[in-house]
Design a protein around this ligand. Structure first.
Ligand code: PLP
Length: 392
């Protein structure tokens, strides 16, 4: 695709992008170079939790850029301290390490668990993860992921990630041995097709890991930051993990992620963990703006209400179009179709005229919905109307 005197052929090929150039975004809407509007129910894969270019995030970035962008991660800065305090005030964890991507936060979680295993469990290093899970695209997080085919892609894998089955406690028990240091899971499997871990399963997993003296790690990169109507999805089950990772929504669209742990587990020594951009004030200022909005009185109740509304509207489509069903938590939802036509629907929705619709198909028979947490009922109605026409 041409852009002025330049050509997209200079970009390294990694995926088939449509021939669309997005120029501007506002709330639930994106606009391309021709001025065509698209209703966005993907939001950068659940990243833009307050929609496109929200005023508070924009203002926070502009104000911070005028003051200080990067003193170096080896020094304190105000926004880094403030955001860590806001996060720990709203969950059961005590310490925060900031990074740039979800994968990097998960790498940190894996390193922290292995370090803790070295210190407290005779060098135990195995982390039990789950089939169909997704933890990122670095070598270790790909190895931790349970995505089909990823065990041979870029082989050899990083060892130490035996796979259990979600919502099957016996499959976890069968894998626990002297080398086990932790169990790691997404409270709602996102890329796997929006499959929630049952609250009873999370509670049983917490009891089981305590009984064996091993760690429980929750990857809340997708399910955290208000996505499910609680600030963090594991809070629905009333459990307290040892380690939690955050990404996506935490920066409201900018590269920011976090690794959180209890005081007892925070065992890094100087030099064990770091990174050039970690905790820089430009990104953490954006994170503060996001946290302040998400924790404002009533905000999460609204997310729950709109999640229920989206679910109800999707169930109407299931009945009307004879689909398989609807599932999810809060504003992370999926519609299970009657056949493998999800990719074709995603393409037709994008090409819709005069208005396009952005949807995602993590599986061929499944559509995933990750709208802005500020999406309106009218926007949900409009999406359902457009989708209904595509399903007909
Ligand atoms: C997206 C995602 C990641 C990876 O995050 P990146 O920022 O792409 O590295 C990790 N875990 C889960 C659950 C995710 O959804």
């Amino acid at each position: 695709m041409k852009y002025g005197e330049f050509d997209s052929a200079s970009l390294m090929y990694i995926t088939n992008r449509p021939e669309i150039l997005f120029e501007r975004g506002e709330g639930s809407w994106l606009y391309d170079a021709q001025g065509k509007a698209y209703l966005d129910f993907v939001q950068g894969w659940a990243v833009n939790c307050l929609g496109h270019s929200p005023a508070e995030v924009r203002d926070a970035i502009v104000a911070q850029a005028g003051k200080l962008i990067n003193p170096s991660p080896a020094f304190y800065n105000g926004p880094m301290i403030e955001l860590a305090g806001l996060l720990t005030a709203h969950c059961s964890l005590d310490r925060v390490f900031f990074a740039n991507t979800g994968a990097e936060a998960n790498e940190g979680a894996i390193k922290l668990a292995r370090k803790w295993g070295r210190l407290h469990r005779n060098g135990a290093y195995q982390i039990i993860t789950f089939e169909h899970s997704f933890h990122g695209r670095t070598l270790a997080t790909m190895s931790a992921s349970g995505k089909a085919g990823w065990d041979t892609l870029f082989a050899p894998q990083v060892p130490g990630f035996p796979k259990a089955r979600l919502n099957d406690l016996e499959s976890v028990k069968a894998l626990i041995g002297p080398e086990t240091v932790a169990v790691m899971l997404e409270p709602v499997q996102g890329e796997g097709g929006v499959i929630p871990a049952a609250p009873e399963f999370l509670q049983a997993l917490r009891a089981l890991t305590r009984e064996h003296g091993i760690l429980l790690i929750v990857d809340e990169v997708q399910s955290g930051m208000g996505r499910t109507g609680r600030l963090f999805a594991h809070q629905h089950a009333g459990i307290e993990p040892d380690i939690m990772t955050l990404g996506k929504g935490i920066g409201g669209g900018v590269p920011l992620s976090a690794l959180l742990a209890t005081e007892a587990v925070s065992c890094f020594e100087a030099g064990d963990q770091g990174g050039t951009y970690n905790g820089n004030p430009l990104m953490t200022a954006a994170g503060i703006a996001v946290m302040r909005r998400l924790t404002a009185p009533g905000f999460l109740d609204e997310v729950l209400a709109r999640g229920d509304y989206l679910a109800a509207r999707l169930r109407e489509l299931v009945a009307k179009r004879h689909l398989v069903g609807e599932r999810g938590s809060g504003l992370l939802r999926a519609l299970v179709l009657d056949s493998d036509r999800a990719p074709a629907i995603v393409k037709a929705a994008l090409e819709g005229a005069p208005t396009g619709l952005l949807l995602n198909a993590p599986r061929p028979n499944l559509l995933r919905f990750m709208p802005s947490l500020t999406v309106s009922e009218a926007e949900i109605d409009q999406m359902v109307e457009m989708l209904d026409a595509l399903l007909g």
